[in-house]
Design a protein around this ligand. Structure first.
Ligand code: IMP
Length: 407
């Protein structure tokens, strides 16, 4: 069983990049299966903070192959930028990165459309052209990375999409030529890798609550970060699945508009934002912050069928006397135990909280679970018991070594 998955259980920004970076040592191939340059995975490499948007976080391990699967929408300009930045750090990307020929492209007109539409729709998108690119894909007039191998076909496709296609055909051909050597039939690469016993790690972007089907629609992204996206976004069969690891922060954040039941206001929100440096890696926007919401987390765990949870940014809660966790919702006075399927209900629910004792001490630097303060252990146990899924690790700081695996 060679495939494992790491995916987000909240509204994205769960620090999945760090978990992928840590666990990728055990894998041969790391694959992104959905989303695009709307994602922002921050990795600390040689103590330097490096944001990645498109390239899988496994790229920092020199012996790994990275793949951008067919489910990703690829902005060739953003990708070139990222490849060049990594090259400056001495990381050679071009020989270790494959881009699916079936992946759809984000071209400048998608970004323009995204900006124009969001002015009225007010989802608060990243303006990276994600929605319009997926829309073109479903409408069947999208342009795929592999189209660069067939210039006449590419010209014809552009003609259907834009007015001044002649001029732009030249410009787009130029940028696509930069990534052309990396564009491959990644389905056959992955199938062959699986058959030869290679270990494959699937890296999700965004999170369950931003999933176009299972998230807080319409305040979602346009892809499936949840488990099904792994298979439609890569071409590998669920038959080969081994482990599904869900990543959650020890609290909750969200960027952009839409419901967020446990959102905080005032000082407490600012406290989490500043302690957690909760500013977007892609857009720089201040993230909305709130307590951990176990009803939401359980829903996400169920939808994905996760085997274990990795809790990140535990240290952000270091100096609190008390920590609250959402343990249920009430609507019109009635308890609802599942995550609501309608925005109108979500906007009206009242969250019930349990208050737990904070550990009010620094846990950075602790290396084993048993040495954690009792209150930290209680917090972890409470989450574990509520969701009925084991916590397999926690992160206690931004650096690679700031992590504790469960005993
Ligand atoms: P889009 O993906 O740019 O269309 O944005 C749709 C929604 O998803 C907005 O609320 C964005 O803020 C949110 N979003 C997209 N990518 C991320 C991410 O990587 N982290 C957190 N939120 C994201």
């Amino acid at each position: 069983m060679p495939i494992s998955v790491i995916l987000g259980l909240q509204w994205g920004d769960e620090a999945k990049g760090k978990v992928v970076d840590l666990l990728s040592q055990e894998f041969d191939i790391i694959v992104r299966y959905q989303g695009g340059a709307n994602a922002g995975h921050t990795i600390y490499y040689n103590n330097q903070k490096i944001p990645l948007h498109l390239i899988p976080s496994g790229i920092f391990h020199p012996d790994k192959t990275c793949i951008i699967g067919n489910g990703v929408v690829v902005d060739p300009y953003a990708l070139k930028d990222e490849i060049e930045k990594l090259k400056e750090l001495g990381i050679n990307v071009k020989e270790r990165l494959y881009i699916s020929s079936r992946a759809h492209l984000i071209l400048p007109y998608h970004k323009k459309r995204d900006e124009e539409r969001d002015r009225t729709r007010k989802i608060g998108t990243t303006k990276k052209g994600i929605g319009p690119a997926y829309q073109d894909k479903s409408a069947r007039w999208g342009i795929r990375a592999g189209d660069i191998f067939y210039p006449d076909y590419l010209r014809e496709r552009l003609k259907n999409n834009i007015d001044n296609y002649q001029e732009l055909f030249k410009e787009y051909t130029e940028i696509l030529n930069f990534i052309k050597p990396m564009i491959k039939d990644t389905v056959s690469i992955l199938v062959e890798a699986e058959q030869s016993g290679k270990k494959i790690l699937m890296e999700g972007a965004q999170g369950t609550m931003l999933d176009v089907d299972f998230g807080t629609y319409p305040y979602v992204t346009s892809s499936n970060p949840t488990i099904g996206g792994v298979f439609t976004g890569t071409g590998l069969s669920p038959k080969f699945l081994d482990k599904i690891i869900g990543v959650s922060k020890a609290y909750t954040t969200r960027v952009g508009a839409g419901p967020f039941p446990t959102e905080l206001e005032g000082n407490m929100q600012s406290y989490l934002r500043e302690e957690g440096n909760e500013y977007g890696a892609t857009t720089g926007r201040a993230r909305r912050c709130g307590w951990l919401d176990l009803t939401q987390l359980k829903y996400a765990a169920d939808v994905n069928g996760i085997d274990g949870i990795f809790l990140t940014k535990m240290d952000v809660l270091n100096h609190l006397e008390e920590i609250k966790v959402g343990i249920g919702y009430r609507h019109n006075g009635k308890i609802i135990s599942t995550f609501p399927d309608a925005i109108s209900i979500l906007n009206e629910i009242v969250v019930e909280y349990k208050t737990l004792k904070g550990w009010n001490t620094n846990i950075n630097g602790i290396k084993t679970f048993s040495k954690l303060p009792e209150q930290t252990k209680d917090y972890i146990k409470f989450i574990q018991d509520f969701i009925n899924i084991p916590v397999i690790g926690i992160s206690t700081g931004p650096l690679r070594g700031d992590v504790i695996y469960a005993d």
